[in-house]
Design a protein. Structure first.
Length: 150
């Protein structure tokens, strides 16, 4: 075998070796991360047609929160409300009714942001002192919520 033939065989061998390395390492991709179905902001529970009451330290009712649906989010401990209705009670004043299309409740339950066709009515019927409408309203509540059974 001549030197030229040996060089040709060595070149073919190196080319096949290089091609096999390229195939082995160049085409192998890192495995894709497993898809996760859990969105971190998915609700952990829903409450349909709920009523919750806020009472002061003496046990007197200060407000009632009702709604068609409450969705609780565990990642930030907030809640979304569908069609909330809040009735607030103050000594010497008729009840204040507040209606909205949707609402957001803070983690501590002391703040509710109402949005979408918000209506505030002080009193009812002949006792009504007027209606206020707005697109957004923030209500600060001081008493703890207690959810009623039923």
């Amino acid at each position: 075998m001549s030197i030229l033939e040996k060089l040709l065989v060595a070149t073919v061998f190196v080319a096949v070796f290089g091609l096999s390395l390229w195939l082995q390492y160049g085409l192998i991709e890192a495995p894709a991360p497993a898809p996760t179905d859990a969105n971190p902001h998915d609700p952990d529970y829903y409450v349909e047609n709920f009523t919750a009451t806020g009472v002061d330290a003496a046990g007197h009712r200060k407000y009632v929160l009702e709604g068609e649906r409450l969705a609780h989010y565990p990642d930030d401990d907030t809640a979304l409300l569908d069609n909330p209705h809040i009735i607030q009670y103050e000594a010497g004043l008729p009840p204040r009714h507040t209606y909205a299309e949707s609402g957001w409740m803070a983690p501590d339950g002391e703040e509710i942001l109402l949005t979408g066709n918000v209506r505030v009515i002080q009193g009812q019927g002949a006792d009504s002192s007027g209606i206020m409408t707005t697109r957004k309203l923030r209500i600060h509540l001081k008493e703890k919520l207690q959810f009623n059974d039923g």
